[in-house]
Design a protein around this ligand. Structure first.
Ligand code: ADP
Length: 471
């Protein structure tokens, strides 16, 4: 009957001690005044109530029964005939049992209610977790807003899209710059209708994201508008791939055409150069020699352009190996430092812990050097190039940020077009070739610039092994 838990409980010993003490005092003072007996009798309620509170109905009943048994011999000592004293003693025993039962029952009912409440809370928490898990596992951002468009809940994908955790509680209208998005949220609230497939753009830490939104009014059980639910799909990857595919097609076409033309031009130019050199050797007319010098110089420059074109059309070699990105970037900075220092340009390198990628080292080096040269050429004198690596998703983001002249808004779209250049002696192949190399590494390149402030080139490269690549 007594389990280990009860034996270990100090209340059990307190109740037992009280009961025995009262009984001892009661029986050891048999000859004392009747008033004192009544006092001891009343004291029995203390262990009964304590026991009911501690052990509920079972405790109340058991303690009142034991106390009645302990009290019973008292009746035979003090009871004779049918006196009011005897009846009082019987009544006291009935009261012991009644109080034990009632307090025990009350505590028991309260305990059951509490237990039910606890179970309900557990059930609700489980349901909440279950719903949260489902919402979190959805591949789209799911947000709920109150009627003032403050974000009241957001799932994991939503946090990923906005790139920050503190978005909860903030107003969604502040995240979207475009005015028509504000109108759509307002219309969904006023008209109480759904608006689906809304295209929008946001800029998170310099990276542009293409989003598709569905805005649905949210009603409570009384059919009163509670806010809005916004489902967001991040279409940036698809959008980038689409743009890359267009660029790729254009590059291939231009590459083929350029290679053909380059070969055709190279031969006659070779002939012109040889004849010019022969004429140089055979003549001493200064004007003529000066003219021939210019011809040879220009032919050399044209040859460099042709080399660039041929190089551009060449596909990436199969030199894919595991490369330490940090070591590669440090090497690139070492090589370019001498060049940029002449312009008082500083290169700052902020690298994450060791990152290994599968890459064609030489080709990547070509890209990085090209970006550093472009950045330093955008700064007449003094300036900074900040190179940062950050791992995200299953890849790494390498950014080259400069404090140069920046790029005109209308020119940003043209940067990857072959032969687009704003430089007097530029060829305009650096970025298109770099873009192609990055694409061959299964990555992508994004350029963002503010005219007069500077330019940031972001390169994303996957960390995983490229399919079909040999080490
Ligand atoms: P090139 O350097 O031969 O002009 P690129 O393809 O490397 O060819 O660059 C194309 C054009 O992009 C440049 O002429 C320049 O106008 C612009 N550009 C590239 N990088 C930067 C930069 N970091 N800052 C400003 N403009 C840049």
């Amino acid at each position: 009957m007594l389990n280990k838990k009860t034996i270990k409980d100090k209340y059990f010993w307190l109740i037992s001690f009280l009961t025995l003490l009262i009984t001892f005092l009661h029986y050891s003072n048999l000859m004392s005044e009747w008033e004192l007996h009544i006092f001891y009798r009343k004291l029995y309620y203390l262990p009964i109530i304590l026991s009911s509170f501690r052990y509920r109905l079972k405790g109340g009943l058991i303690s009142s029964i034991i106390i009645s048994i302990l009290y019973a011999p008292h009746i035979s000592i003090f009871g004779s005939g049918l006196s009011i004293t005897l009846l009082n003693q019987y009544l006291e025993m009935v009261l012991f049992l009644t109080i034990g039962y009632i307090t025990g029952k009350l505590v028991e009912t309260d305990y059951e209610k509490q237990k039910k409440l606890e179970n309900k809370i557990i059930e609700i928490t489980k349901l909440q977790n279950y719903t949260k898990n489902i919402v979190d596992s959805i591949n789209s951002g799911v947000l709920s807003l109150d009627t003032n468009f403050n974000i009241t809940s957001i799932n994991k994908e939503g946090e990923k899209i906005f790139g920050v955790k503190e978005v909860l509680g903030s107003n969604i209208l502040k995240i979207f710059d475009e005015k028509y998005i504000d109108d759509i949220f307002n219309q969904a609230k006023i008209q109480r209708t759904q608006f689906a497939n809304i295209n929008s753009k946001i800029n998170i830490e310099g990276i542009e994201k293409y989003l598709v939104l569905t805005v649905t009014p949210l009603f409570n059980i009384l059919n009163k508008l509670q806010g809005l639910v916004v489902i967001i799909q991040d279409k940036s990857k698809e959008k980038n791939l689409e743009a890359q595919a267009i660029r790729s097609d254009r590059l291939v076409a231009v590459g083929e055409l350029a290679t053909g033309i380059a070969h055709e031009i190279r031969n006659p130019m070779g002939i012109i150069k040889t004849i010019s050199q022969t004429l140089q050797e055979e003549n001493d007319n200064e004007d003529l020699l000066e003219g021939l010098e210019i011809i040879i110089k220009e032919i050399d420059r044209a040859n460099r352009v042709i080399d660039g074109i041929l190089n551009f059309a060449k596909p990436i070699g199969n030199e894919m190996k595991e490369v330490s990105l940090n070591a590669l970037l440090e090497e690139v900075v070492n090589i370019t430092n001498k060049y940029v220092k002449k312009q008082n340009v500083i290169i700052e390198l902020y690298l994450e812990d060791e990152i290994n990628i599968i890459a064609d080292k030489e080709k990547l080096m070509q890209v990085f050097i090209n970006l550093i040269f472009n950045a330093s050429q955008a700064m007449a004198m003094d300036g900074k190039i900040i190179i940062t690596t950050v791992t995200r998703d299953s890849g790494v983001n390498i950014s080259f940020k400069d404090t140069g002249i920046g790029i005109k808004k209308e020119d940003i779209k043209k940067l990857f077009n072959p032969f687009f250049t704003t430089k007097e002696k530029g060829i305009g192949l650096g970025l298109s070739v770099s873009d192609r190399i990055i694409q061959d590494h299964n990555g992508y390149m994004i350029i963002d610039s503010i005219e007069g402030e500077g330019t940031q080139v972001d390169i994303y490269l996957p960390l995983g092994k490229k399919e079909g690549v040999t080490n």
